[in-house]
Design a protein around this ligand. Structure first.
Ligand code: ZN
Length: 507
């Protein structure tokens, strides 16, 4: 059996105007994947797909693996180049039994609103209507009709924070093998809710998402449902495709039942739309600082929610630092400020030196670069995570009045406190730790005397009603409280989309 694979995973924040280039993709071409850690990565969807295919003795034909860190809008040439590499590999692949891809689902280029749909429809055009295609998606996928029409099935992460990426890849590959071996004719239907939601409001560890995922598992036990999922979308992009979608795959002869399952899941989600909220206390910045200072002991961990690089922010907004210094707050730590030129300056000056820095954003988005003077406490290098080749994580630790700031060479995610320990910082020494992150992982929450969200402005402003969307379909909840969803109308849209797919005769 021969299966063609590929990975094109990028969560694109279109509000971050620093473009993402082909170099940022750090591509791994074709057979090179077999020599790369991605091939056996037991934490990502690609690794899940590979493990299943390897175990089943499938001949794997890898095309291209691109998985850049979440960042700004993708330049068109980068996407077109990646697309051409993939399409060329599909054209030259010879006889295939199926295709299994990892996609994010919320990727945008300067000109293409839906690269995933664009790519998969181009592949479908080459391979024809009968070759099974299954893709694994991120839960924050903003799924389009074109993507659904182009593939047979989609599997989506069911956890946020995402701890089932590998399992989702396994599910995609298992489903593809089942389709091939049993010669199933599989379609996907999808209900579409007029809703935008932030990941911080839809964590699966808390309600309502926790219970909705529980219901999802029940639907997955229905005999005619091969796979059912939620794709909740990604709010920090300006796109006409904003929606929350249910994704239900099964054999074409059961399509009526699949549509009812998709609508029922959608109805349950819609009925609970007012319940989606923060997993812990959230305040405007100054109030968050007040609450943190009132705690008898630290560390109070505050998420600088508007400058969250794991959702594509530039991670160099000096707003929180500005307020900490203005308010003369001592004993605070900021992790992590991404600013290559300031890092370089600190490295050149060396440990113990006093440096003048222009910290922060070089584009006037929220604040001009912020002039500060501080002492370089330490320079830390060689901390790269070998699995994530894109992150060097070299950093300078600088004391600016009462605030310790980690200035990193590159944007990076500090998913847990492990990085602080690597830098030989003791989190418990601080009253306040500001992390440029969204939701706080369990290790942070265990460490924190209190966890807070600071509702800061920026590329990942979590107060969605403050974002100026120009392309979002309206009305849409929560931008428009009066937004409505009608199951009967949505059923008609699903039928039209199925007819457009023209893969199987559907009356
Ligand atoms: Zn995600």
């Amino acid at each position: 059996m021969r299966i063609l694979t590929g990975t094109m995973m990028h969560e694109t924040n279109t509000f971050n105007t620093v473009p993402t280039t082909f170099e940022d993709f750090r591509p791994v071409y074709g057979q090179d994947l077999f020599n790369h850690t991605f091939y056996e990565d037991n934490s990502e969807a690609t690794g899940g797909i590979m493990k299943v295919l390897r175990a089943e003795g499938v001949e794997i034909i890898p095309t291209l693996h691109v998985f850049p860190f979440v960042s700004g809008i993708i330049v068109d040439e980068a996407y077109q180049k990646a697309k051409e590499v993939i399409l060329e590999a599909v054209r030259n692949a010879g006889e295939l039994d199926g295709i299994c891809f990892c996609l994010h689902g919320s990727m945008y280029t300067q000109a293409v609103e839906d690269p995933e749909g664009d790519l998969m429809s181009a592949i479908r055009e080459i391979v024809g209507p009968d070759l099974p295609i299954v893709c694994a998606l991120d839960m924050h996928a903003t799924v389009t009709d074109e993507l659904i029409r182009s593939v047979n099935a989609l599997t989506v992460f069911r956890t946020a924070p995402h701890i089932d990426r590998f399992d989702t890849g396994v599910r995609a590959a298992d489903l593809l093998l089942k389709i091939i071996r049993q010669k199933l004719k599989v379609v996907t239907v999808s209900a579409k809710l007029p809703m935008i939601i932030a990941g911080e409001h839809s964590m699966t560890t808390i309600n309502p998402m926790k219970e909705l995922i529980h219901q999802l598992y029940r639907k997955n036990h229905l005999i005619h449902v091969l796979n059912a999922d939620y794709a909740v979308g990604f709010p920090w992009a300006d796109t006409p495709h904003h929606s929350v979608r249910t994704i239900v795959s099964g054999e074409v002869q059961h399509v009526e039942e699949l549509m009812e399952v998709a609508l029922d899941l959608a109805q349950q989600f819609w009925d609970r739309r007012f319940e989606f909220t923060y997993s812990f206390e959230a305040y405007p910045l100054d109030e968050a600082l007040d609450v943190a200072l009132a705690e008898p002991q630290g560390p109070v961990i505050i998420s600088d929610a508007g400058d969250n690089p794991t959702a594509g922010a530039s991670s160099d907004n000096a707003l929180v630092l500005h307020r900490l210094l203005e308010r003369k707050i001592d004993n605070a730590l900021i992790a992590v400020f991404a600013d290559r030129s300031s890092y370089e300056k600190c490295r050149e000056a060396g440990e113990g030196a006093v440096v003048n820095l222009q910290l922060g954003r070089k584009e006037p988005y929220v604040l001009e670069p912020y002039p500060v003077r501080g002492e370089v406490l330490a320079i830390k290098t060689g901390l790269s995570d070998p699995k994530r080749i894109r992150i060097s994580s070299n950093a300078a630790i600088v004391k600016i009045e009462g605030v310790t700031v980690i200035i990193a060479e590159e944007r990076m995610a500090v998913y847990d406190p492990g990085y602080l320990y690597k830098l030989e910082l003791e989190p418990k020494d601080f009253q306040i730790i500001v992390i440029k992150n969204g939701y706080q992982s369990p290790p942070y929450q265990e460490l924190a005397s209190k966890s807070l969200f600071a509702l800061t402005p920026g590329h990942t402003n979590i107060t969605l009603t403050e974002i100026e969307y120009r392309k979002a379909p309206r009305p849409i909840y929560p931008l428009d409280e009066e937004a409505e969803w009608n199951a009967d109308l949505d059923r008609e849209s699903m039928k039209i989309n199925l007819q457009l797919s023209q893969r199987y005769a559907i009356k």
